[in-house]
Design a protein around this ligand. Structure first.
Ligand SMILES: Nc1ncnc2c1ncn2[C@@H]1O[C@H](COP(=O)(O)OP(=O)(O)O)[C@@H](O)[C@H]1O
Ligand SMILES: [Mg+2]
Length: 328
């Protein structure tokens, strides 16, 4: 059997560049060498490609069977690289252009979910040029979470307990994005749930994240190593089932394919679940929760990679069978 040529695309012009390096190493290490011939394509922090860029031209890369973008955040998880791969007519792992872009934008993603009646927290959107902390304070109760709309890894996010903190938080978020979102803070617990599939996605058994700090910020995620994880999440059967249902519903609402990790907040006072966000290229490091949740659910890391590659090839084949012009 001839091996499948897989490009692992990693690094990236993103605040999550370092995480991508770690994810890519773990993905490559888990790939079955009897099945796959792996090529590394590295994108540095300036956006330069090593050994060279993938060209946006069909047929330009006859040596590539499938691309696995292991890029987190900007210029990788947001639809930009997916657009390049569509132009190149190459199969690739994970969400398409639209689902990637929608999921990256914390405002659009919530709107799409709300349209399907899915639970998201109350929030307001501000433009960098039009910041008015007092107006926000009139609309939402404290504490609030202030976020750049289009980043990840908690970069630029703060929790504001009063007007002065809100002002500082808005200023900080404005450094990272033109669009800022301010959410009502949910006091309670935090969960994650993996989703896998194209037309018939399935949800993993969820886990609980127990931040070591007031919230799961960048330090806590990647530097301190103190946040704890409970897998399986200690939840009632009904809550677990509801979380898995909502995870799939969110995945379908944004049009995700391949994989996604849906993150939840559960309010202590009401027991209500809120969808916080969906990540279309979740962490894949050896300690990342997406592969660990699937492992726990019955799909070992190596099989997960096989599945993801099959899903990529399947989608590409289906697309090929779809007419895009009146006559070809
Ligand atoms: N509305 C909220 N209420 C309570 N905690 C929140 C809220 N929004 C975010 N958080 C906390 O902040 C962390 C980072 O926010 P998140 O929206 O997940 O951003 P990122 O895309 O950077 O991961 C979450 O993991 C959670 O701990
Ligand atoms: Mg998050």
């Amino acid at each position: 059997m001839s091996k499948l040529n897989v490009v692992v695309l990693y690094g990236g012009r993103s605040g999550e560049h370092e995480i991508s390096l770690r994810s890519a190493e773990a993905v490559i290490a888990a790939m079955n060498p009897d099945k796959y011939q792996v090529s590394r394509y590295f994108i540095d922090l300036e956006g330069q490609w090593e050994p060279g860029p993938i060209l946006p031209v069909p047929g330009a890369h006859p040596d590539i069977d499938v691309v696995f973008p292991v890029l987190h955040g900007t210029f990788g998880e947001d639809g930009t690289v997916q657009g390049l791969l569509e132009l190149a007519d190459l199969p690739y792992v994970g969400a398409n252009v639209l689902a990637s872009a929608v999921s990256m934008d914390k405002d659009i993603m919530k709107r799409v979910c709300r349209d399907r009646g899915l639970p998201v927290v109350d929030y307001v959107v501000l433009s960098r040029d039009d910041i008015d902390a007092a107006a926000v304070a009139a609309q939402l109760p404290f504490p609030m979470f202030v976020k750049p709309a289009n980043l990840g890894s908690s970069v630029g996010i703060s929790k504001a307990h009063d007007l002065a903190e809100l002002e500082a938080a808005l200023k900080l978020a404005a450094e990272f994005d033109r669009k800022i979102i301010v959410e009502r803070g949910v006091e309670g617990r935090e969960f994650e749930c993996g989703v896998l599939g194209n037309e018939h996605p399935a949800a993993s058994i969820p886990c609980e994240i127990l931040p070591s700090k007031e919230f799961y910020d960048y330090e806590d995620k990647y530097l301190l190593n103190l946040a704890k994880v409970e897998l399986p999440a200690k939840l009632s059967e009904e809550d677990t089932a509801e979380m898995r249902r909502l995870a799939v519903a969110c995945y379908e609402a944004v049009g995700c394919e391949g994989m996604g990790r849906v993150d939840f907040l559960r309010e202590a006072s009401t027991g209500k679940l809120f969808i916080n966000e969906i990540n279309t290229i979740p962490g894949f490091t050896s300690i990342s929760m997406y592969p660990r949740m699937w492992e726990y659910t019955g799909i070992p890391y190596r099989d997960l990679i096989d599945h993801l590659i099959e899903l990529a090839l399947e989608r590409h084949a289906q697309k090929k069978a779809t007419r895009f012009a009146r006559q070809v």
